[in-house]
Design a protein around this ligand. Sequence first.
Ligand code: SF4
Length: 329
Amino acid sequence: MMTKKGRVFSGARPTGRQHLGNYLGAIQNYVALQDEYECIYCIVDLHALTTVETTENLRQNTYEMALDWLAAGIRPEGTIVFVQSHVPQVTELHLILSMVTPLGKLTDLPTFKEKVRQQPDNVNYGLLGYPVLMTADIVLYKAQLVPVGIDQAPHIEFARETVRSFNHRFKTDVLIEPQMKTTEVPKVLGIDGKEKMSKSLNNHIELAATPEETRQRVMMMVTDPQRIRRTDPGNPDVCNVFSMHKIFSAAEEVEMINIECRRAGIGCVDCKARLAANLNRHLEPFRARRAEIARNPDYIWDVLHDGARRARQIAEKTMEEVRAAVQLP
Ligand code: SF4
């Protein structure tokens, strides 16, 4: 693979069919990065084991997610797309890195404390070691850049410190410190207009939904809560429908809504119907490509297996250097 401006690594849990929040927050960026960087995108099924209640949907969720990524424009000819557990070297590096990780550092991480609060009955070791596995994911492929939202900054800093500890302890420079590539990620609210769009809250709009399903979800969107009657003026600045218009509608239409909403010149039903039409138009090429790829399910697994083969080549080379640095016999 040709080196471009550098190597990017990103991982995401297998959450099945992707929604608009995933698309605007991550996938769009994944697609754009391919033009300038050598990209490695991983579906982190092992990470998912720390929180899932059941694994029966793991395979299907992996398939659906990969399908959405490819339909959205991830190009597997250049980009490596693979499943985390298909590269077992990551678990070996995870274990070795755990030896240079002070326990207190892990228990102090805000994300760990948050998980303990969320699932007090399932505080497993994997949850604690999550950032170590995440570090192993990144450094195994010697990625220079990790595209993340600002909320992930502590994990990247943790990865950098772990690399320094490893290199210092074993007097080597085989592992490289990754840098954060902070992206402007819009906070995409769900149709409830309150919480971040998420499948678990059932406030999402799936990319692969039919045009009619999409329209129905958009028509359910919460608008300016102060606007009770059609004749009340609204405030687009506090309306999630308007936020979506700014992403999916033409500038003139956005401007028209901005003016007309404030003087009750447009009703919310009409406003949402316009958004649904624009959103459906925007998603049309994605859906067509998705349907085309889905005609051959084997293709998705072929892509993932080929990605894992290429990923293993990089991973094994790193591990040979790591084992030598640690002086494993
Ligand atoms: Fe929101 Fe549109 Fe209704 Fe204004 S007209 S409150 S922007 S849905």
